[in-house]
Design a protein around this ligand. Structure first.
Ligand code: NAI
Length: 253
């Protein structure tokens, strides 16, 4: 039986992914702030360490996959957004890399966002990529809400650079991401419930289909990237966005 760690497993996309994987026969170890197997705060170095330790004791022989779905968005404070969405996700993916070594088909999957296509400050993205959490958190406070964009852009760029390295692809571990567009989850429902919120979203992330995504539709793609299939998919960011990427970047392959 494959063992897959899913962060953000108590809600929305992470919860749907955990349920989908369980129903497909995997053993899932959920990580979240509450209501799942491992309770850990991924915004802090201590919480990240606790996550790795707890999962190690639940799966002493290692794991087969990790799906890093935990995330926050405004109105959560910009420094917290950077710590959870970028540094928490990196700590999850890198932290479990050694635990994947014994799997016959090791898989790592991140959740970025179409928000990564929006404008944000390059110095914040660079501070993330250089691993300087303290500096990144300071810059984030100046940037405000665009810190969400920066957190997801940095995560996507980190993944593109890391995936082909010897420690990932070279070790047989696929590292890929899904970039959701607007998905109806507890994160977005407050925005989707107001006319103003829907207007903001349709300008920033236009969609080509009639309705927003559902968490289950993301779950099946995230689960696919965590299965034994897809050995040759490396460093890809798969937009599952109702057409947002195609509308915003029609000339990009
Ligand atoms: P959600 O709010 O339903 O679920 C996020 C989960 O992450 C929650 O269970 C929450 O407790 C957990 N989490 C937050 N901070 C944490 C921390 N410090 N430590 C541990 N766990 C923490 O949100 P949703 O929509 O399911 O989001 C999942 C991922 O998808 C996030 O990374 C989000 O940025 C991304 N995303 C969501 C989109 C959407 O439209 N819903 C669009 C694009 C990306």
């Amino acid at each position: 039986m494959r063992i897959i760690v899913v962060t953000g497993a108590a809600s929305g996309i992470g919860k749907a992914t955990a349920e989908y994987l369980r129903s497909s026969g995997a053993r899932v170890i959920g990580v979240d702030l509450e209501n799942t197997d491992v309770i850990a705060d991924l915004s802090t170095p201590q919480g990240r360490k606790e996550m790795i330790e707890s999962v190690s004791s639940l799966a002493p022989d290692g794991i087969d996959g990790v799906v890093a779905a935990a995330g926050v968005c405004p109105p959560v404070s910009p420094d917290q957004i950077i710590s959870v969405n970028y540094f928490g996700a990196i700590a999850t993916l890198e932290g479990f890399q050694p635990h994947l070594a014994n799997s016959p088909a090791p898989r790592a999957v991140a959740v970025v966002s179409t928000a990564a296509l929006m404008e944000c400050r390059d110095d914040l993205v660079e501070a993330c990529l250089s691993g300087d959490e303290e500096a990144a958190r300071k810059i984030a406070l100046e940037c405000g809400e665009t810190s969400y964009t920066a957190s997801k852009r940095a995560l996507g760029l980190w993944l593109r650079r890391a995936a082909a390295e010897t420690s990932w692809a070279g070790a047989g571990i696929t590292l890929n991401a899904v970039a959701p567009g607007t998905v109806r989850t507890p994160m977005t429902i407050p925005l989707l419930e107001t006319e103003e919120g829907r207007e903001i979203l349709s300008k920033a992330t236009p969609i080509a289909v009639k309705d927003y995504g559902e968490p289950e539709e993301l779950a099946e793609i995230l689960a696919f990237l965590a299965t034994t299939e897809g050995r040759y998919i490396i460093g890809q960011i798969l937009y599952v966005d109702g057409g947002t990427d195609a509308l915003l970047r029609p000339n990009l392959l």
